[in-house]
Design a protein around this ligand. Sequence first.
Ligand code: KIV
Ligand code: ZN
Length: 385
Amino acid sequence: MRQIKIFDTTLRDGEQSAGVNLNFSEKMEIAKQLERLNVDIIEAGFPAASKGDFFSVQQIAQTIRNSSVTGLARSVYSDIDAAWEALKDGAEPRLHVFIATSPIHREFKLKQSKEQVIETAVECVKYAAKKFPIVQWSAEDACRTELPYLAAIIEEVIQAGAHVINIPDTVGYISPKEYGEIFQYLKNNVPSIDKVALSTHCHDDLGMAIANSLAAVENGATQVEGTINGIGERAGNAALEELAVALHIRKDHYQAKTRLHLKEISRTSSLVSKLTGMVVPANKAIVGRNAFAHESGIHQDGVLKEVTTYEIISPDLVGFHSNSMVLGKHSGRHAFRNRLNELGLSVPDEDINQLFVVFKDLADKKKEMTDDDLAAIVLEEKLSK
Ligand code: KIV
Ligand code: ZN
């Protein structure tokens, strides 16, 4: 089994979600929970961005001992200096330095030639490697970069001292097959590639962040980047809880494992949702309110007979107490009777059919049947006798 490192950027890329602004104590609370979740790397912020970000990154680096803390820097010396000042007392100081490599970004944003971008990247990685024991280098918009150029700049930054090479799909543009092919191309065309770890960082603009990240793992990535609940710029980043659980549930396929304490997932998700104000959609994989809820009679009957008929993930695995049988118009007799028993509303067998008819009539008019509705049905039936 290959060991896959989890790089959490909830506090950096996640905080870049429109409308999200975490204060220092909120960031610290999230960082401590990420440490409990046992993520390998916490990207705590962008130290050069503001005094507040610098302070948060510094305090988090000084507090967190069981995860490596990193901070983002543009390819300018002053950003790298700020990051070093913020991170130097960390358990394992690590820099995340990036530069855009795609033609669109080179021409319109950086206004630099291919050669100038290589020169800047190399100078900055050399500069950073003199201070930091671990330097991660990212090719922003890697997936829209000419592959021979991407391979060339990666070889240069490895020679300059980078330890981790990240291939971001900055605008969520790539497809899983293409992304896997980029990793294969780099493995075949970057002579020093075996000296570094390859990382994946996917955005979800086309809803493919998870599929793309997993394709990268299948093609050699040993680090996956993402955020809790998938928050982040625009449509967000790959949701780490989804990646970790997919790797766990399908370990037969991926032949890979992470260090995450999966049971901490539900707590981490609720905390991030509460502090960022980003509501988790009910149907969100792993952590949505409906992720372990069964509504239709066929599914409820199956789950009551053998849970694995319709549940591939045990709620307990990710820290939820149990699944739930939501009673509504699609529910069957089996789940209805089961819920009555759970509520201690014992009903003789001969009355169940009649009660079930009343239940269905009412369920047709309501979205969801509550326990109070069930109690009322049973009470009315008793009174009518
Ligand atoms: O999406 C991206 O390209 C980034 C980089 C800064 C790594 O977040
Ligand atoms: Zn990003």
